[in-house]
Design a binder for this molecule. Structure first.
Ligand code: ADP
Ligand code: XUL
Length: 537
């Protein structure tokens, strides 16, 4: 399909429906950012009463977000773009990113509503009542241990599930969430016509129809055969009956999935020919945004979740940790990742308790303590953890002699939370082949140079940052450009060829050799204490 347009006239939009908010990034053909905007769920849509974008349920394990909140946020963000005079009419292609694993449950009425979207009425009003499950389970949920055990039994054990789908069964992975809803709310399952991921759902709102799930975000479900990029029949059947029809097809991540719906042409001035490229997960989109292609190029994202990831030619899925996903920009490649639930929100809670709620104070306290924290090591498990799996929450502190203690001085807590997080990333990342020669840091906390400094020292490599800390939204915009180029060319164009401009990253932290040696010596002790904490559950 020839688009018939000059690239230099075109703009590309990336959306990122993340845990705490919805963001937009528009770039030109040189990847120069021409617009950025955001809607924060807690602050700007207070009627949904979320904290950090989510509802935590009393069982301590179930975490959901209202699907209609994501709908309301999209209208609000698009209006902001219009009000800011973003040149919407020049956007030739759009794509998006979504928090991974979350599921959106739609009744038959949803498809009708999507197809008939009307520019004169709020999106929210038109989508109200079309969900069979109004509160979407999201990635922070850890309530499906039973369903995970059932999946591993049905498919031949954790290694077999990992070999097939790229990951052993994980509580937050969509297939296990679907199994729980089928078991506990059969009527809701029965009433469901389509189950989308957060990414494909937001795409549906823009295209005005159901759209396929992309292979990269689809890898986070425990349902897809990673190598064939197709649903696995046995994995579907052990989840719920009639699931294949409810999930719809899988496409490659650079595929064009449709054009923008007339509602947005009429109401906001989008070009009727604006293409929609398959939406994907936030981590895959960040991989695209950071343009990680070579082994040893590793990214660490410090967002609501913390993740460590990189590109990989040959997948070696692990029965104990980490994930392998289809690569979002290269159909022949993969990506490896480890994910932590105790990321920014856990750092924030230490900041609030020890530093009066201010990052400047937090950074100041960090500077008063030496690398290695005089042997103190802490595990701050505010949320049930994924890596390693620690479902019991609490703070576990050890002094230099390895004895458990009840408290640290505030400055030691500040250092311990950061050192613990980065030591864990170094330890577990290495287990799945993520050994950095340099690190690209992204996500909200990557704006903090003190935090980045500890990262550089723990890993002993330089850390780079991009122009804007949100690589998921810019990555989605780059993927829009990539998909548009492939469509224009009529066949696959390598990502690095499609993106001619060089990556705008700057060196933000250098490792200090002495500090790095301290951390290398600490790693074994850290691993031993981690085993103790896991053993206490
Ligand atoms: P999401 O995963 O929802 O996309 P972001 O990547 O936008 O999240 O990151 C949001 C987080 O960034 C906030 O929860 C906040 O703790 C963190 N953050 C923002 N600025 C700083 C800072 N200067 N120092 C440390 N953390 C920060
Ligand atoms: C990845 C994961 C999180 C979410 C939210 O497996 O659970 O990183 O994608 O960012």
């Amino acid at each position: 399909m020839k688009t018939g347009k000059r690239e230099s006239d075109c703009l590309f939009l990336g959306l990122d429906s993340s845990t705490q908010g919805l963001k937009a990034c528009v770039v030109d053909h040189n990847l120069k950012v021409v617009y950025e905007g955001a809607v924060n769920f807690d602050a700007e849509l207070p009627e949904f009463k979320t904290e950090g974008g989510v509802h935590r349920h009393p069982d301590g394990l179930t975490v959901t977000s209202p699907a209609i909140m994501w709908v309301a946020a999209l209208d609000r963000l698009l209006q902001k773009m219009k009000d800011a005079k973003c040149p919407i009419g020049r956007i030739s292609a759009l794509s998006g990113s979504g928090q991974q694993h979350g599921s959106v449950w739609m009744k038959k009425a949803a498809r009708r509503a999507l197809r008939q979207l009307d520019a004169r009425r709020a999106l929210r009003e038109q989508m109200e009542g079309v969900f069979s499950v109004a509160d979407s389970p999201i990635w922070m949920d850890s309530s499906t241990s039973r369903q995970c055990a059932e999946r591993e039994r049905a498919l031949g054990g954790p290694q077999a599930v990992a070999d097939l789908t790229g990951s052993r069964a994980y509580e937050r992975f969509t297939g296990n969430q679907i199994a729980r809803i089928f078991q506990e709310r059969p009527a809701a399952y029965e009433a469901t016509d389509r189950i989308a991921l957060v990414s494909s759902f937001v795409a549906s709102l823009l295209v005005g129809d159901y759209v396929p799930i992309d292979a990269s975000d689809g890898s986070g479900m425990n349902l897809m055969d990673l190598r064939r990029k197709a649903w696995d029949r046995v994995a579907l059947d052990c989840t719920a009956p009639g699931l294949g029809a409810r999930l719809g097809p899988i496409v490659l991540s650079h595929a064009v999935i449709g054009k923008i719906h007339g509602r947005y042409v009429e109401g906001l001035g989008f070009d009727a020919n604006c293409l929609a490229v398959a939406f994907s997960g936030d981590n895959p989109c960040s991989l695209a945004g950071l343009r990680l292609q070579r082994a040893g190029d590793i990214a660490i994202s410090l967002g609501t979740s913390d993740t460590v990831f990189g590109s990989l030619a040959e997948p070696r899925p692990s029965a104990t940790e980490g994930h392998i996903f289809a690569n979002p920009v290269d159909p022949a490649a993969y990506m490896a990742m480890v994910c932590y639930k105790n990321g920014s929100l856990t750092r924030e809670s230490v900041r609030d308790q020890s530093a009066g709620g201010a990052w400047d104070t937090f950074n100041g306290l960090l500077d008063t303590t030496p690398a290695g924290n005089e042997g103190r090591i802490g595990f701050y498990i505010k949320e049930p953890e994924i890596t390693p799996p620690i479902l019991k929450t609490g703070t576990f502190r050890f002094n230099g002699a390895g004895e458990k203690v009840d408290s640290f001085p505030p400055e030691a807590d500040v250092r311990a939370v950061l050192e613990g997080q980065f030591l864990s990333m170094r330890l577990h990342g290495a287990h799945i082949g993520l050994k950095p020669s340099s690190i690209l840091a992204t996500g909200g906390a990557s704006a903090n140079r003190s935090i980045i400094g500890v990262m550089a020292n723990v890993f002993g490599v330089p850390v780079y940052v991009g122009e804007q800390p949100n690589s998921a939204a810019s990555g989605a915009a780059y993927r829009a450009l990539h998909g548009w180029k492939c469509a224009d060319h009529g066949s696959f164009v390598p990502f690095d060829k499609a993106l001619s401009a060089t990556a705008p990253f700057k060196r933000a932290a250098e490792p200090d050799k002495k500090a790095h040696a301290v951390y290398s010596a600490m790693l074994e002790r850290y691993a031993g204490l981690e085993k103790q904490v896991i053993g206490r559950q």
